[in-house]
Design a protein around this ligand. Structure first.
Ligand SMILES: Cc1ncc(COP(=O)(O)O)c(C=O)c1O
Length: 389
């Protein structure tokens, strides 16, 4: 560390240079991320309230009340107004909280297990590792849909939780949530939905008359949902969300913090100090966009998704993995060869997609920052690569 500080202008210049290597959303290069540029107004609000700390809610009673209001608004969007919930650092923390609750609610199970589809996000592996839970992974069938028979066969007396995904990381698909609900009905097994990606797109796709199966609290057996503002919610990075149907679970499983300046309270979090600014910003984003604002954003993402799928359908050598249900386009080779070579060539040209080697696919997430012109340039480069290979 320097003895004397530098002038602001000097620091800004150095930073500009050092961060040159970063990709930007506006360039179009970032085609494989589930994060996007937060809404401008949200950024403004975040900067204004950046020092609010929800890790000590007794000191920030207004912010804490705003969080509750926001949770209830999201509950309405997810078809159950009287939920509780909290905002997290992202989907991984929210999923970890859900897995911990599943385990805590079943203290008599000495070797707890959770059943997840094998398309589940890596955060469930992390949570299982941290919590000493055995993760049982259910197979997918040839259409990348969950094999329900296999899922059911993995349930046993040690199962404390099951997970369904509404918007998978690899393909944006929705698991059969109602059917999983029927499997666990009356079994006293905690049922968590990972809608980290889908949470802030599926309600709006429904408004646009897309055929979206039930995935939220409208399914009676669903106990909790992960849904992330920093993905399709256009919230500040990082901000995730965890939402829970039964408020009494907080009393049963929450951590009590004994020393805070604002007084004791119970919470679910892994972290202590927690951003209030991201929560206030998301409250403002929902107020500013309203349902119709989100519907317009989602409509544009889906139009761009349709453009890209039509282009891929016309190309020789590659094909769609499935017909997209959401704004995620999975691409694989026509002849079953590895997709890695194409991915490498795309990266050389600065197209940064997600690669899923276990499914032999690369995928574009057509986020709000992805413009049709970006996709047109991407398609041109992809055609050139296919010609050369
Ligand atoms: C379905 C799903 N769940 C959870 C996560 C983890 O979210 P985060 O990166 O915010 O921790 C992701 C990330 O892409 C995801 O796609």
């Amino acid at each position: 560390m320097r003895e004397n500080g530098l002038a602001k202008q000097e620091i800004l210049k150095i930073l500009e240079k050092k961060l040159e290597k970063d990709f930007s959303y506006s360039s179009g290069s970032i085609l494989g991320s589930m994060c996007t540029e937060p809404l401008d107004f949200g950024v403004e609000i975040y900067l204004k309230y950046i020092s609010k700390n929800l890790g000590d809610p007794g000191l920030f009673l207004g912010t804490a009340a705003l969080e509750e209001e926001l949770v209830s608004e999201i509950g309405e969007l997810f078809n159950e107004k009287n939920i509780i919930g909290t905002f997290t650092t992202g989907g991984s923390e929210a999923n970890l909280i859900a897995m911990r609750i599943a385990k805590k609610l079943k203290p008599d199970i000495t070797r707890p297990e959770v059943v997840v589809p094998c398309s589940a996000h890596i955060s469930f592996d992390k949570a299982a590792d941290l919590l000493g839970i055995k993760l049982r992974k259910a197979k997918l069938n040839d259409n990348f849909e969950l094999d329900l028979t296999h899922f059911e066969s993995l349930l046993n007396k040690n199962t404390c939780g099951v997970v369904g995904i509404a918007g998978t990381t690899s393909l944006g698909l929705i698991d059969p949530i109602e059917e999983i609900g029927t499997l666990v009905e009356d079994k006293d097994i905690f049922f968590h939905i990972d809608a980290a990606f889908g949470g802030f797109i599926l309600p709006f796709l429904k408004r646009l008359n897309f055929s979206i199966p039930k995935w939220d609290f409208s399914v009676d057996a669903v106990d909790s949902i992960t849904a992330d503002p920093h993905k399709m919610g256009l919230g500040i990075i990082p901000s995730g969300g965890f939402f829970l149907r039964d408020p009494s679970i907080l009393q049963k499983t929450g951590f009590e913090i004994p020393y805070l300046a604002g007084g004791n309270f119970k919470h679910f979090h892994i972290v202590g100090t927690r951003s209030g600014g991201t929560v206030i910003a998301f409250w403002a984003i929902l107020k500013s966009l309203g349902v119709n604002g989100f519907v317009q954003i989602v409509k544009r993402c889906m139009e761009n998704t349709e453009y890209l799928t039509a282009q891929i359908n016309d190309m020789k050598g590659i094909k769609l993995v499935t017909n997209p249900i959401t704004n995620v386009v999975g691409i694989t080779t026509e002849n079953g060869e590895s997709i890695c070579k194409i991915d490498e060539e795309l990266r050389k040209r600065n197209w940064m997609l997600g690669k899923f080697e276990e499914f032999n696919l690369i995928r574009v997430v057509v986020m709000p920052h992805v413009q049709k012109s970006h996709l047109q340039n991407f398609v041109e480069d992809l055609k050139k690569i296919l010609k050369k290979l």
